[in-house]
Design a protein around this ligand. Sequence first.
Ligand SMILES: Cc1cc2nc3c(=O)[nH]c(=O)nc-3n(C[C@H](O)[C@H](O)[C@H](O)COP(=O)(O)OP(=O)(O)OC[C@H]3O[C@@H](n4cnc5c(N)ncnc54)[C@H](O)[C@@H]3O)c2cc1C
Length: 404
Amino acid sequence: MSGATHKRDLRTSQPLWADSPGLGVPAHPLKAAISVDVAIVGAGISGAFMAHELSRDHSVAVLDRRPPLTGSTMASTAMLQWEIDLPLTALTDKIGAEKARRAYLRSFSAVAALKRTVAEERIVCGLKDKSSLYLAGDEYGHRALEAEAQARAEIGLDSAYLKPADLRERFGIDRTGALFSSGSAGADPARLAAGLLRRAQAKGAKVYSPVEVMQAASDPEGVTLLTDAGHAVRAKSVVFCCGYEFPEGVPTPGAEIISTWALATKPRTACPTWLRDALVWEASDPYLYFRMGGDGRLIIGGEDEASPDAHEDQAKLKRKCETISAKLRRLLPELEFEIDYSWAGAFGESATGLPSIGPVPDMDHTWAVMGFGGNGITYSVIASQVVGAAVRGTRDPDADLYRS
Ligand SMILES: Cc1cc2nc3c(=O)[nH]c(=O)nc-3n(C[C@H](O)[C@H](O)[C@H](O)COP(=O)(O)OP(=O)(O)OC[C@H]3O[C@@H](n4cnc5c(N)ncnc54)[C@H](O)[C@@H]3O)c2cc1C
C-alpha cells in the first residue's frame, strides 16, 4: 500500500450540523513518533464508534488530515435506519435468503446498539426514536412493498403494509402504498461522533489532527504508518475509517462514489404531528427523504446523481435545492417551509447496499471500513463490532456479510 487514500472534497456549502453546539474534540498535531495498540485513520462517525469500542481495552490513536468530524459525517442527514437501501426481497435475490435475513437482522440490532450506547454514555446528540414510512415509488411499487412486508414478517421484523386509503387517512399522503416500520431513529451526527470521541478520550484515546497518513507497511508484529508530520505511528492493529476516500489496495467491487444533496428548513417549521416521530423516504430513483430535527427543522435530502464531483457545483446546488423543495411540496401540499441551509456531499453506493468491512488484502493487522449506502451510520456501528472482534482475536458471526 503506497499513498494511503484518495483525497477529494467531501461536501459543498455549509451543512446544518457545522453550527451545532458541543462539537469540540481536543486534537493535537503529531509532534513525535508514537506507539499504540490500535491506530484509527479517520475521525468521522466510523472512527468515533471504532475508538469508543476499542479504547475499552486498548491504547488508541485516531489520526485525521482534517479537523475531527469534518468529513462526510458533517454532511449526513443521519436517518438511523435498519432498512437497507435494497429491500429484503431484492437483497435475497442478490445474496440469498440466509445472508439477506442476517443482514437485515444485524442492521436492526445495530440501530438498537447505537441507541443503547448513546443512553449509557449520556451523549447529548438529539437522538430520537422514529418509525419509518417507506412510500411506494417508481423503483418499488405497492405490490413489491406488500411482498416486502410479508418477507420481513417471516424473519420477525415488524413492517406493516399500508393501503392508499390508510396512508391518506393517517399521513395525508397520496401514494399507491407504503411500509410503516418501527425501530429507527434520528440524531445530530456531528454531536454523536464528538460525544463518542470524547468518551474514548476519557478512556485514554488520543486524537491527532491535522495528520495525513501517507503510507502503511505491515510486518508480523504490527503496522507502521508514515505521516506528513514526519513522525511514524507504530500500531499492533490499524483500522482505516476513511469514509469515501478509499484506502488504496482495498478492493471495492461494484462500489461507486456519487453526489447527493440536502436541505434544512428554518426551525419551528409547522409540520403535521406524525412527522415528529417518523422518517419518510420513497422507493424511487432519484428519491426524496425527510425527517424533523429536534428544533422543528425539516431535514430533507435526495436527488442523488451518479457523479463523484457534481456535489461541488454551486449552480447545481441551487437547482437541486429547488427540485427537492418542489418534490416535498407536491407530496405534502399543506406544508409551508423556508430553506435555511443547503449542502451537498459525496456518498458511496454498493451493488447490494451493504458496506465493505474487512482486512486489507496483503497487509496483516490492518482493516478497512467503507460504510456504503443510506445506512452509513448503522454500518459504522456494525464495523466497530466486527473489527472490534477481529482485533481481539475473535470472529463476528456476520463478518462474512461485509467482505467485498
Ligand atoms: C448528504 C449526505 C446524507 C447522508 N445521510 C445519511 C443518513 O441519513 N443516514 C446514514 O446512516 N448515513 C447517511 N449518510 C452517509 C453517512 O454520513 C456516512 O456513511 C458517514 O458519514 C461516513 O462516516 P465515516 O466516518 O466513515 O467517514 P467521514 O466522516 O468522511 O470520515 C473519514 C475521515 O477520514 C479522514 N481521512 C481520509 N483519508 C485519510 C488519510 N490518508 N489520513 C488521515 N485522515 C484521512 C478524512 O479527512 C475524514 O475526516 C449521508 C451522507 C451524505 C453525504
